[in-house]
Design a protein around this ligand. Structure first.
Ligand SMILES: Cc1cc2nc3c(=O)[nH]c(=O)nc-3n(C[C@H](O)[C@H](O)[C@H](O)COP(=O)(O)OP(=O)(O)OC[C@H]3O[C@@H](n4cnc5c(N)ncnc54)[C@H](O)[C@@H]3O)c2cc1C
Length: 500
């Protein structure tokens, strides 16, 4: 097992050196650690994680009912079979990740409670210097690394996004964001209004409806929901036939991915037909005469935003039972007792939950420098949504939104390991991406095409993100089905890779 070199600095804390430094121990960082041990066993590496445990998204979200909205056959790693029902709770995902860590002895590489504050690249030393704060002691610690692998996710963990509404300070009840759900919040017998209609609202509402007096989902505009049973028939049949779990995992993944490709294509080719199908499935679960047109017929095309999976249509059961209801309107202001709507109606509430989304966090809120100059990330251009012009020896895992995030984790981990081996084999110590001659006149566009994918948190923060070009090499296409073939085939001696 390779040992990190410790180079004490007489003027400060000891600096530890690793070949690779991974930022974050969520599903991406743990995947990076696994693939490094398997594919690059000679590389020394460390994973620095701000929280006291692994899991990222699944560790810090604690609201009632928190669960995945993708199936775990594809949200799970390709190398570790998923054996439960497709949709999993945060607890089940954490158990799965813990098994990956324990079975592969990854814990020795992870340092918890280390929040990275600064990262600077030096073209003289050809390495990154990373400064972190140890949250248990407040001490500053310094690391150097040949390659910086950003697995920090995409949103600010400490605080969710809550818009400013007039009168919020007058409201006499409690305002709660799902991202920072108070452990002791008592909603028994209370009137709860949940602002928002995304996956979080769809999860939270059925989880609390039974105990509240009433819960209202207040939405500005409707979302697509995809109600289905939380089971996978093919996996269940294969299991009955006592097929090996590794086979079941692979076969079920392929079937789900093939089905999803067909659905995605249908959404692009026949958006109106798909819209009818999705809205029809919801209508079938609601009482006769329910205003589906107003509350469950979105204005955007299916697949322009993530489709919210609803196991067993649970939110619709709550509506049918009269425990939950939907209001489609805009907020005029908060009042002492609740919310006044543009329609002049008032919603009374003891608790208001703002399921209004995330704040995008760019590069883990770490201050970046290249040769002593602060980095303006928005001025860089992305290579396939993973590397950036002007940022040597760095890769960011930004997964998929339409397909499971983790599909891209496995793909990019293979890519990083191949790149590191290629650099070693050729004696290269520095890699940076740059435009090819054929890209000289390429237009530089915002990070994502709003016509392709347009969730609010990305729309709000587009100005903070790198630019994209109009060719697949210079953008995050969000297309797993294309990238699964393209990424493994990338020519590492292509003109876009510059090595020293
Ligand atoms: C409620 C919710 C449900 C979701 N459901 C799904 C789903 O079903 N399917 C799907 O594909 N996607 C889903 N997503 C998207 C989800 O975020 C990703 O799928 C995935 O979990 C992201 O993993 P990650 O490891 O890249 O990032 P994260 O889970 O965000 O983890 C990043 C880690 O990096 C650490 N970190 C960040 N900055 C620093 C720093 N400066 N120093 C040290 N450590 C740092 C964080 O503490 C964190 O632990 C969901 C997101 C949310 C919020």
């Amino acid at each position: 097992m390779p040992q990190p070199a410790v180079a004490p600095d007489p003027a400060g804390p000891p600096t530890e050196h690793f070949d690779v430094l991974v930022v974050g121990a969520g599903i991406s960082g743990v995947g990076a650690a696994y693939h490094l041990t398997q594919q690059c066993p000679d590389k020394s590496f460390v994973v620095l994680e701000a929280y006291e445990s692994f899991g990222g998204t699944w560790h810090m979200h604690r609201y009632p009912g928190i669960r995945s909205d993708s199936d775990l056959y594809t949200f799970g790693y390709r190398f570790k079979p998923w054996t439960g029902p497709p949709i999993a709770t945060a607890g089940e995902i954490l158990t799965y990740m813990n098994e990956v860590i324990e079975e592969n002895d990854l814990g020795q590489h992870i340092r918890y409670g280390h929040r990275i504050e600064r990262a600077s690249w030096s073209n003289d030393d050809l390495r990154w210097t990373v400064e972190a704060t140890r949250l248990d002691t407040g001490e500053s610690v310094v690391f150097t690394a040949g390659f910086l692998w950003m697995c920090q996710g995409y949103y600010r963990h400490a605080q969710g996004y809550t818009p400013e509404w007039e009168g919020m300070e007058d409201f006499e009840g409690e305002i709660v964001h799902p991202q920072t759900w108070p452990e002791d919040l008592d909603y028994t017998g209370k009137c709860v209004v949940v602002i928002g209609s995304g996956a979080t609202a769809a999860t939270l509402i059925p989880a609390i409806a039974g105990e509240t007096e009433h819960v209202t989902m207040l939405q500005r505009s409707p979302t697509y929901f995809f109600p289905a049973e939380n089971q996978n028939e093919m996996a269940d049949t294969l299991r009955e036939l006592e097929i090996d779990e590794a086979w079941i995992h692979e076969i079920t993944r392929r079937k789900i991915l093939s089905d999803q490709a067909k659905v995605t294509q249908a959404c692009i080719d026949q958006p109106e037909d798909m819209k009818k199908l999705l809205v029809g499935a919801v209508k079938a679960l609601l009482p006769e005469g329910y205003d589906v047109e107003k509350h469950f017929t979105p204005r955007y095309r299916p697949w322009q935003q993530r489709l919210a999976f609803v196991p067993s249509g649970d939110i619709f059961q709550g509506i049918s039972a009269g425990k939950a209801s939907v209001v489609t309107d805009e907020i005029d202001c908060f009042t002492k007792r609740g919310i006044r709507l543009r329609s002049r109606d008032e919603l009374e509430a003891d608790i208001i939950v703002t399921a209004t989304g995330f704040n995008l966090s760019v590069l883990g809120d770490i201050q970046f420098e290249v040769d002593g100059k602060p980095l303006d990330f928005a001025k860089t251009l992305t290579y396939r949504g993973m590397m950036f012009t002007g940022l040597p020896n760095l890769l960011w895992i930004f997964g998929y939104f339409r397909a499971s995030w983790t599909l891209r984790v496995d793909l990019l981990c293979d890519f990083v390991c191949r790149l590191l081996k290629h650099m070693d084999a050729n004696g290269y110590r520095r890699v940076e991406v740059g435009l090819r001659a054929e890209d000289a006149d390429m237009p530089l566009l915002p990070w994502i095409d709003p016509d392709n994918f347009n969730p609010n948190y990305l729309m709000r923060s587009m100005h903070l993100l790198p630019k994209r070009g109009d060719k697949p090499e210079w953008q995050h296409t969000q297309d797993y089905w294309r990238e699964k073939d393209e990424i493994p085939a990338i020519d590492l001696e292509g003109e876009e890779f510059r090595y020293d």
